[in-house]
Design a protein around this ligand. Structure first.
Ligand code: ZN
Length: 324
């Protein structure tokens, strides 16, 4: 009898199932006890290897971790996290990492299973986890998401994400707790200034023109926090299909409300928005593209949007310039 036949025997299968069950139960227990969160840094002096998904998280990890941390981002400029599938290289990076940060709330919808598999072995932390669910927007209209995952567009929520990253680093590497706390404090001060500046700038747009039309519904938190009405051609996930009905609905909205400008996004093809603009033109209403916004990814290194703060500033000045 060769090995293949042994593996196929029902008895062996039952044993395998039991073995897998035992593993699942063990995994569940360690998760309940929170062992993964209390893993501590080995005292070898090497920087902590952190892997993050979107660029905005990678940026905060660099800000808070400083020289103690080596931050590796999986998703570069122009990459859409809703559709992103991990490559073999990514899996290897995740496997080697000491800590993993991701957005959560189903942002990285195609990576959920990978995070679930890895979270019992090492700190695998959604940076949205400490935001009060009452403050989260519902994602009822999007495929499979309970909440809107675009939390970085309310700078207050991004302060919470920064604190989550800080606390994770402190727990993993208590010897450098003071460094992480000081770095986070300095960065949060900058974020507080940014929050105030965004409010001030958006308030410069006349009331009736304060409508932000974008390719997908990434700016809901932005609209709530800074007082601008928001409308997207696609829902909160680009993974949900959109059709000619959505195009004509948005076209009618632009015509009826005499919207002057709409915005394209760096991580989404512009073709969809061009169809809406062409449709409005046929109905005698001219809409311009107000500019490109960074929604779900930052700009190229060296561009005016290669950090989280610069990305928000770029978006706000683009919006204000086009709508004012
Ligand atoms: Zn999005």
């Amino acid at each position: 009898m060769n090995e293949m036949q042994v593996k196929k025997s029902p008895f062996h299968r039952a044993k395998m199932t039991l073995g897998i069950l035992a593993l699942i139960i063990l995994g569940a227990c360690s998760k309940v006890e929170g062992q993964a969160d209390s893993v501590q840094r080995p005292a070898d002096g090497e920087p902590i290897q952190v892997v993050a998904t979107i660029g905005m998280i990678t940026d905060v990890v660099k800000q808070v971790g400083g020289e103690e941390v080596e931050a590796n981002g999986l998703m570069g400029p122009g990459v859409d996290p809703h559709l992103y599938k991990a490559s073999q290289g990514d899996i290897e990076k995740l496997d080697k990492a000491d800590i993993i940060f991701y957005g959560g709330l189903h942002l990285e919808g195609k990576m959920t299973e990978i995070f679930e598999k890895i979270e019992n072995r090492k700190p695998t932390v959604p940076v949205s986890k400490d935001i009060d669910p009452e403050l989260l927007r519902s994602g009822a209209d999007a495929g499979g998401s309970q909440y809107d995952p675009h939390i970085w567009f309310n700078v207050r929520h991004w302060i919470s994400a920064t604190e989550t990253i800080r606390d994770t680093l402190v727990a993993y590497d208590p010897d450098h707790a003071e460094t992480y706390q000081q770095n986070a404090e300095a960065y949060i001060t900058q974020l507080e200034e940014l929050d105030a500046e965004v409010k001030r700038q958006i308030a410069e747009i006349p009331d009736q023109d304060r409508v932000l039309v974008t390719a997908h519904d990434a700016f809901g938190y932005f609209g709530d926090a800074y007082g601008i009405e928001v409308m997207g051609l696609q829902g909160i996930s680009t993974a949900a299909e959109y059709g000619s009905k959505d195009v004509s609905k948005l076209r009618d909205f632009l015509v009826e409300n005499k919207i002057k400008a709409v915005f394209v996004e760096s991580s989404i093809p512009t073709k969809s928005m061009e169809a809406v603009i062409a449709g409005a033109k046929e109905m005698g209403h001219t809409v311009k593209i107000g500019g490109e916004l960074y929604s779900d990814s930052m700009g190229e290194p060296g561009s005016d949007a290669d950090t989280y703060i610069k990305m928000v500033e770029h978006n706000v000045s683009t919006i204000v310039e086009a709508l004012k």
